[in-house]
Design a protein around this ligand. Sequence first.
Ligand code: 0GY
Length: 309
Amino acid sequence: MTQPTSGDFTKTPGWLDWYSGPSTPRFQLPAGSVDAHCHVFGPGAQFPYAPERKYTPCDASKDQLFALRDHLGFARNVIVQATCHGADNRALLDALAHSQGMARGVATVKRSVTDAELQAMHDAGVRGVRFNFVKRLVDFTPKDELLEIAQRIQQWGWHVVIYFEAVDLPELWDFFTALPTTVVVDHMGRPDVRLPVGGPQFALFQKFMREHSNVWSKVSCPERLSVDGPAALQGEQQAYRDVVPFARAIVEEFPDRVLWGTDWPHPNLKDHMPDDGLLVDFIPHIATTADLQRRLLVDNPMRLYWSEE
Ligand code: 0GY
């Protein structure tokens, strides 16, 4: 991907716009459900994208996010800082400020962040920081800097969100298992779903969660992980069915440490843009009972992000 220039906010070529007319889900979300992984992008004219970004997204504002929340039947959002905004959290903080307490945030910070800035972010609703190891998205940050940040955020009770690809887990294992906070993995550590769910790659991720009770997982992004894709959405067959065994295994073994999110507005998708309503309809295929659904969508995110309520 070519590096965009700082003043040019033209969307990266090939990038699909988010789906502006999502269907109404057939699956009725439990009352109080949380969309625990979504983003706001700009608008670039108000909140410029970071000069070091690897892509330029289409704008996706807080008002559009809140409208989607209401349309799908969610009560709350967890807004995750995306790499296109770097460590400039202004768009995120603006969204939190206008959410009437119905959104929490996961920020990106540098070692230079001050305690006063962390306190202000906490007061605004930030509850975690995100460390991104997906090489197409970010430049390398030294591990000692990340560990220092993880140690500092403990005093606010924050957690660390990590984003990586399954092939990189062995190399990152020692760093991840040294993190002193709750650790939340984005999208199950991006398994290759062409491999067997019982194979060594996913077994390593399960071992990571099994041996480390501070590790949680988002069972989100079937549209990103799937090779089968969404074609079945149009027919009787189930969409993204190759992702189901992976997500179900995690939900059923770790029902108190899983989260779900739309990933709206779905950065970096070039082949297919999901209908968020149909993504919600995917949930009962991976959390198959009302009890599992309530833990995934309400109890777990509330415990992690609104613990004071
Ligand atoms: C996601 C996934 C992606 C992007 C980012 O911060 C980001 O830019 O997270 C991706 O491209 O896989 O969860 O939003």
